[in-house]
Each structure stands twice: as C-alpha cells, then as structure tokens.
Design a protein around this ligand. Structure first.
Ligand SMILES: Cc1ncc(COP(=O)(O)O)c(C=O)c1O
Length: 516
C-alpha cells in the first residue's frame, strides 16, 4: 500500500490541553504524514496564515526553521543556496512577513528598504491602499471568472490600456506572467505574417517557457533545453547595423522572419540603455523588410523608465507590445500582449486559438484598473524620471570615488544597474546592503550588475538612507580591497618568481566559486 495513504494506527494530531494542536509538535511530526496529519498540519498552518496563532518567539523560530527545511526538501531544491536572506541573516533567515510602501519587514521584525521592487513588480509600492481596496472589494464579490458570463473589469481594463497605449495598439489579451505575454506575442506574429522566424538580441530576457526561452539571449538558460524553436537568430543589442546586416542576409537566404523582439531597455542584462537612434532605426528596418516589431515592456512598462511605456522615449510604436510585472499593481499577477486591430483580425475567426483559464480574472483586472489609476494620478512616470536622475547623479559620484569597485552606472528612470568589477564584488555589495537593511539583487543575465529598482513612489528620504548605507558598504569593501592588496604585495615579495597570468586567473576563479 502507498505509504502516504496507509491507515493511521494511532492518529497523532498533537492536541494540546486547550484542544488546539500544538504548533511545535505539528511542525516536528515525523514523515511520511498520513492524511489525518496533513489535515492537522494544514489547520495549524491556516491559523498562522489567518493571524489566529499568537506569534511568540518560539513559534516564529519554528516557522523560520521549518521554512528552510521545506524549501530544501520540497520546493525547488537548491534554491536556498543562492539567498542572501539565508546566508547573511545571521541567526535567523529572513522570512518575509509584511510590507508597506517601500519597507519590507521580516518575521522577527527586521526592516528592509526595498530597492529591488520585486524585480519590477512593485512600481506602486507594496500594498498600495487603492489597489488592495479594489482587490478586496472584488474578492468579496467574485474572485475568478465563471468562464461563460462576461466580466466587466476585463473589458474596462482593456479599454484603459487601449486608450493609454501609443499609436493604434488597441486590442489586448490578458494572462498572468511576462513569459505568457511573450508566448502570445510570438504566436500572434506568426499567425499574422504566416512566417516562422524571429530575430532577438544578445542579453535579451523574455521569460523561460519554451517559446520565450527560444528568443532568450543567454546560453546558460537555453542550452539545457535545446532544441528550442527553430529559425531564431540573434544580433548584438543596441547595434542597428548588426540588425540590418542580419535582415539582409536572412532575406537573401530566403528565411522567412515574422518579427524582431527586443526590450526598449534591457532589464535582466543589467539595465542596458541602447543608443538614442536605436529603436527608431529598428522600427524603420522592420517597415523596410516587412517584419513586425515586438517590444517586450514586461519590465520597462508602467512608468518604470520615466514614461508610461519606455518606447515613448523614442516615439516608437511597436506592432505588438508585452506588459506584465507592475500591471497587476504589485497585488495580483497580471500580464498582457497588445496589438493593432489590423493584426488582431487574424484572431477573429477563432478567438480560442489562444486562451487561458486564469488570464484576465476579475481580481487581477480589478488590480490592473487600480494600478493604472494610481500610476497616472500619482504621476509615477515623472517620479521615476526625477528620482532616477537624482539617484544616477549620486551613484555616478560613487563610481568616481571607488572606480576599482564600481565600474559603471547605467539605466533609465528607476531601472538602474550598478556594474561592479566582478560578480564576487557585486555579491559583497548586495550582502553588505542586506546587512544594513537594504534589499537589492543581481540581474538574471549579468552577475556583475546589481539592480536598483525601487517603487516609483519611494520617498527621497528612503533613497538618501539607501545611499548612506551604500556609502558605508563601499567604504568597508574599499578598506578590504586595500588590505588584500597590501597582503598580496607582501606575499609576492616573499615568493619568487611571481605567478604567471594563467595561474593568477585560476586562483581568482577558485575564490569566486567559493564565494558564490
Ligand atoms: C523583459 C521581460 N520579459 C519577460 C519576463 C518574464 O516574466 P515572468 O517571470 O513574469 O514570466 C521578464 C522577467 O523578468 C522580463 O524582464
């Protein structure tokens, strides 16, 4: 008999004197659990979730320990290894518990200034009251769609987006993740053009489902899953001439290309801003060669770079636009792809060519409507532009002070990348900031670059606090750099002959591996 479904000889539910299960005993129940034990533990977990369990120090300690064990044993094994919240949090791993605006508090009450913004999800901050109120109201009415009756918010939100988006981008389809938006965009481009190929860019990040992964510009995520979609080509990001050469070559070879896909500013590659003539030139090339332009604004949209949509910086209108992350206001997962009525016509005959059970559900759309209202009423794009300029000036002064540590600062609005000498230094800065109560993180495709991506309505006071703590962190690392350099030079004098370059590089690599 299946171990898990065996009858329980002595049902252990750890009922304490008061009749409620004892949390410590529940969490410590030996595995495998019977169904009764799963019921008992889920009831106990629900009490914690619903705030009915008094969170004493002992209970918190158990939850922290148990969270670590569960991530190790049941959720995406290996994931914990990479968390600063585990490695740098000293006695207790930092378990996120609550948040408001730009402050996140962990289970034991440590506060963090959020300069990471959930990788671009929290443009409006955490738990913006207007967005939470919209979702709570809808939750009390109807959380998910009947799938047959029409839900008003899907239409309302589509209308708001259609009116807001540039050019004649008017039609849209809602789903949940950025990668879903890109999948839809790729399918629509193929459907409309009856062509199969795509050109993407090195360093481009578009999600990790198979279609999106096929246009991802970084080998480490692609290689294990090859073969991916065929007829996919890559050119250097920011180099319009390279794109032109590729288009010419592919046309000469008779390869049929449906679309070019790229980010107006590359997010996961480290906040990479292309030259000012890049996007207009790409738009022109698309028109000249008869291919569609898909702009992936999953990360750059909703005000992040200083405009509602980043493409507005260059007055470029794509044929298909992808949005995600902050579209759900930091409260619900929500994404969409948009296009023109002309292109969308291809879907009209059979709109079920693309569908999603949860996409555009009433909770998510209520959040999306509130997110658009907040973004415009609080003029978040302008806030991003002003605060981005303020930060950039201060951060560039750090580059001048510590050129060996901080190699470059780039970005647009509040999507800023700090590029360090190597990934080891990047990690040390992120860890130093973490210990000083500031959350930042690396970007997924460029380990040397830390992102500064706070809520667009973060206060200047919090930004100043972050900058002070970054100053302390850089000073500390600079002192360590000096000490290391002195020790190295003393050792070099003792040891003769000096190491050759290959030997030195091997040692550096080994220390990187240990540090990661
Ligand atoms: C530009 C871009 N596109 C797509 C995605 C994928 O989004 P998701 O992780 O929600 O699938 C991301 C995620 O970082 C992104 O930055």
């Amino acid at each position: 008999m299946d171990e898990k479904n065996r009858p329980n000889p002595e049902p252990q539910t750890h009922t304490s004197v008061g009749g409620s299960p004892d949390v410590e005993a529940c969490l410590a129940l030996p595995k495998p659990w019977t169904k009764e034990q799963v019921i008992c533990n889920s009831a106990e977990y629900l009490k914690i979730v619903c705030g009915e369990r008094k969170m004493t120090d002992a209970v918190k300690k158990h939850v922290i320990k148990h969270t670590l064990e569960n991530f190790d044993d049941y959720f995406n094994r290996g994931f914990l290894h990479y968390r600063k919240s585990v490695a740098e949090a000293e006695d207790f791993a930092a378990i996120e518990w609550t948040g408001e605006g730009s402050i996140i508090e962990d289970m034991v009450g440590r506060k963090f200034i959020d300069c990471l913004g959930g990788f671009g999800v929290y443009n409006m901050g955490l738990r913006h009251p207007k967005i939470v109120a919209a979702v709570e109201a809808q939750l009390r009415r109807m959380p998910l769609s009947s799938q047959e009756l029409l839900d008003p918010w899907r239409g309302f939100l589509a209308e708001l987006l259609g009116e807001l988006a540039p050019g004649d981008l008017q039609e849209c389809f809602f789903i949940n993740n950025g990668t879903d938006a890109v999948e839809g965009a790729l399918k629509l481009a193929r459907l409309y053009t009856k062509k199969t190929g795509f050109i993407s860019t090195t360093g481009g990040f578009h999600g990790k489902s198979m279609g999106s992964l096929s246009v991802m510009g970084r080998a480490v995520y692609r290689k294990p899953f090859q073969p991916l979609l065929s007829n996919i080509h890559f050119v250097d990001y920011g180099d319009a001439k390279d794109m032109e050469r590729e288009l010419k070559k592919l046309t000469d070879l008779g390869e049929d290309i449906a679309a070019i896909i790229l980010e107006p500013v590359q997010g996961e590659a480290g906040a990479v801003v292309p030259p000012d003539d890049y996007l207009p030139r790409i738009r022109q090339l698309c028109d000249d060669f008869g291919v569609l332009l898909i702009l992936d604004e999953v990360q750059t949209g909703m005000g992040r770079t200083g405009k509602v949509f980043a493409c507005e910086h260059w007055n470029v209108v794509p044929d298909i636009l992808c949005l995600g992350k902050a579209l759900g206001g930091g409260v619900m997962p929500l994404s969409c792809f948009m296009s023109t009525p002309k292109i969308w016509k291809e879907m009209e005959d059979n709109p079920f060519l693309h569908s999603s059970t949860f996409g555009g559900n009433p909770l998510a759309c209520a959040a999306g409507i509130a997110a658009i209202n907040v973004m415009l009423e609080e003029d978040l794009p302008q806030q991003a532009a002003d605060k981005g300029q303020y930060l950039m000036k201060r951060l560039r002064s750090f580059h001048a002070l510590y050129p060996d540590i901080l190699k470059d600062v780039h970005g647009k609005g509040l999507l800023i990348g700090l590029e360090f000498a190597d990934r080891f230094t990047g990690y040390r800065v992120a860890a130093g900031l973490f210990r000083r109560g500031v959350l930042v993180a690396g970007t997924l495709l460029n380990a040397r670059t830390l992102r500064i991506e706070p809520a667009l309505n973060i206060s200047y006071e919090l930004l100043d606090q972050m900058l002070d703590r970054l100053t302390d962190t850089l000073k500390e690392i600079d002192r360590q750099f000096d000490k290391d350099a002195k020790e190295r030079s003393a050792k070099d004098k003792e040891k003769k002959p000096a190491k050759d370059e290959t030997q030195q590089k091997a040692e550096d690599d080994a220390s990187l591996v240990k540090a990661s």
